[in-house]
Design a protein around this ligand. Structure first.
Ligand SMILES: [Zn+2]
Length: 357
């Protein structure tokens, strides 16, 4: 989300300015990614039902929501799902937890090297990508639950493009793919442009929502400037706002961007709303929760900022930063068609939840 400040400056300066913009917004960039050490001291597992699907859930407690983890599926050869956790010690948990469920046999927890822990989940059968999900849940102090890494293993594949996003039927949704045309937005280390990734995801969101009966209006549906080539930044951004403002009955405005930072290790996703907008906050939160659950990237939170398009939209509005395009791993994901679909589904589901399903 760089446009308003950075159009005419060099790429290097652009990153710095994006940082300063974010800092002006909310002090939101992790200035230095500190790595506090987590200890795994909480464990719970149970059979459950998630949106009508039979599943087995594993909850592993951690100290805060900033766990640096990676899910490594070794499902094909070994029937294993491996959770790789940096800056984490095994804590008080048993090193070998037998579960003997049809979906999950056991967990083994080991410290590979100092403060680097792996949890190996032995599955009852091979699972495909759409048969498990991993996400972070906030602490629930009343229920005595700390922050948790939650792993759901489903009995059946959960995929399929025929998902019905309830609640969106009859709604008018404005999708704003960030940047475009003469403005490429941020550019990743191998050259993926933000404008390309945001458009790809936005088009998928549109297809999904329309299949569930929504009316979707895009600020752009191809690689163009919305106002025109020689517009000022304000003209260009206002042109995007105007698409929403002049669309009769438009219910929400969703602007889709990728984050950028000079340090290639900066990572994760976040969503924004304009301070004081309760409906904007609900929308940003609803989409954030789904992106976090399905996208699998580090969660940087639901934040406020004075970004032009969310400030000047009269309807509930949110701006999404899907991932850091300057992070090589996240750039690869942003350019991956399957992952774009995962993100699009999460956004559509978040919108569906916002409208009350
Ligand atoms: Zn952007």
């Amino acid at each position: 989300m760089c446009k308003f400040f950075c159009r005419a400056v060099s790429a290097a300066a652009l990153l710095v300015m994006c940082l300063s913009m974010l800092v002006m917004g909310q002090g939101s960039v992790e200035a230095a990614e500190k790595s506090p050490v987590h200890e795994l001291n909480y464990f719970k597992s149970y059979e459950t039902e998630i949106q009508g699907a039979k599943a087995f859930r594993i909850e592993i407690g951690m100290d805060k929501d900033n766990l640096d983890y990676q899910v490594i599926p070794k499902t094909f050869l070994h029937k294993q799902l491996v959770l790789d956790m940096k800056s984490t010690k095994p804590g008080k948990l048993k090193k070998n937890i037998k579960l003997n469920n049809s979906l999950v046999k056991r967990l083994t927890i080991s410290e590979l090297e100092r403060r680097h822990t792996q949890v190996v989940i032995e599955l009852g059968k091979n699972v495909t990508e759409d048969m498990y999900s991993v996400h972070v849940e906030k602490a629930d102090h009343k229920a005595g639950k700390p922050y948790r890494l939650v792993v759901d293993i489903f009995a059946e594949p959960q995929g399929g493009t025929d998902e019905n996003f309830k609640g969106v039927k009859g709604r008018t949704i404005v999708i704003d793919p960030g940047h475009g045309g003469s403005d490429s937005g941020a550019v990743g280390p191998t050259g993926l442009a933000e404008k390309t990734a945001t458009l790809a995801v936005s088009k998928k969101v549109k297809t999904l929502l329309e299949a569930s009966g929504a009316r979707v209006v895009m600020t752009r549906d191809r690689d163009v400037d919305v106002y025109g080539r020689n517009a000022t930044d304000r003209q260009e951004l206002q042109a995007r706002v105007n698409v929403g403002e002049f669309t009769p009955g438009a219910n929400i405005f969703v602007s889709i961007h990728c984050n950028a930072f000079s340090n290639p290790e900066a990572k994760g996703m976040e969503t924004y709303y304009f301070p004081g907008s309760a409906r904007g906050e609900q929308l940003a939160t609803s989409i954030y929760n789904e992106l976090l659950k399905d996208g699998g990237l580090a969660g940087r939170g639901v934040r406020t900022a004075n970004f032009y398009v969310i400030k000047h939209s009269s309807m509930p509005a949110t701006l999404l930063e899907l991932a850091f395009i300057t992070n090589p791993r996240e750039e690869a994901l942003l350019g991956d068609d399957k992952y774009q679909t995962t993100l699009a589904k999460a956004i559509a589901r978040g919108i569906s939840r916002y409208f009350g399903e």
